[in-house]
Write a protein that binds this ligand. Structure first.
Ligand code: NDP
Length: 274
């Protein structure tokens, strides 16, 4: 029998998830379809009832529902509990189990680059994405994580929770050359030509990641590239969070490299940003 998968969000029409999952279903000969559904916050509870009623096999949850969905689930795994947010749900015999694959998606993407888990890593930002990424980096064995943020208190709180260090933005700027890996998780660069911090002291040997993927190259990545750093954008995180969800639903690990290329092309790029 055909299986149905869904992504809910508000807005949702821009989502690239249907393209990604339908491509993988077709490639692996799975009789399934993945559809975007526009769900407003006031409709969330009703949407969850409908998922059960219609026997939807799994769904993704995007903004603004990632936190509000938690009380509506029957079960929550460690990743979603750590992040206090859910982006993936599996329907296990009528019970809805929530996961968060964002952080592990980022780590998988980062690990395709030459990074040393024991060297200093800087996370810029302390919002929802930074939270998932910081927990996932710790779980993956990164042992020297520092978090900086415009609002220092949030960096300190996240560092305390994840066993990392916190640093005020001015100190992170002054010591930027000390970090072998730098991960930009703020929304700065999404819509404006701005940087989340001064990059004057960035050296040439760092691996520099930005989790934004549209635009493919933020001002932050442009600057890092100009300094000679190895850069990666957020397409890898997006594709890998989807791949981990796909694995939970089907038990199959899909080809992420091909998908990174396809999504990059869809976003107007013509090669993977390495
Ligand atoms: P949140 O709103 O939870 O956090 C926003 C973060 O950005 C905070 O650290 C905030 O700092 C900082 N920030 C916002 N505006 C500014 C500013 N003008 N100057 C300095 N810092 C600023 O957002 P999320 O963590 O959910 O998402 C952040 C980004 O991650 C988004 O751009 C999103 O597109 C991207 N993302 C990418 C994914 C992918 O798959 N590639 C998945 C999920 C998110 P403060 O605490 O001081 O307010």
């Amino acid at each position: 029998m055909k299986k149905w998968y869904v992504v809910i969000g508000d807005p949702i029409s821009h989502s690239l998830s249907p393209f990604m999952h339908d491509h993988w279903f077709e490639k692996h000969g799975i009789d399934a379809s993945y559809i975007p559904v526009h769900v407003e916050p006031k409709q969330l509870e009703q949407a969850f009832h409908s998922m059960k009623l219609l026997g939807i096999s799994g769904f993704n949850i995007t903004l603004p529902h990632k936190q509000a969905a938690i009380p509506l689930l029957d079960e929550l795994d460690e990743t979603a509990r750590d992040m206090n947010a859910v982006n993936t749900v599996a329907n296990e015999n009528g019970r809805l189990k929530g996961f968060n694959t964002d952080g592990d998606g980022f780590v998988r993407s980062l690990l395709s680059y030459p990074v040393d888990k024991d060297r200093a890593l800087l996370v810029i930002g302390a919002g929802g994405a930074a939270r998932g990424i910081s927990f996932a980096l710790s779980r993956a064995g990164f042992s020297n994580i520092t978090i900086t943020n415009r609002t220092f208190r949030r960096a300190q709180e996240l560092a305390d929770e994840t066993g990392s260090k916190a640093m005020v933005l001015a100190d992170a700027e002054a010591n930027l050359s000390e970090f072998a890996t730098i991960v930009q998780t703020t929304s700065v660069g999404l819509t404006e030509e701005a940087l989340p911090l001064s990059m004057t002291h960035l050296g040439s040997g760092s691996v520099v990641a930005d989790i934004i993927y549209n635009p493919l190259e933020t001002p932050f990545l442009k600057e890092a590239k100009a300094k000679g750093c190895l850069v990666l954008n957020g397409v890898g995180m997006f594709v890998n969070q989807g791949a981990i969800a796909f694995e939970k639903w089907t038990g199959i690990r899909p080809d992420t490299e091909e998908m990174i290329q396809l999504i990059t092309e869809k976003l107007g790029g013509n090669h993977v940003n390495r």
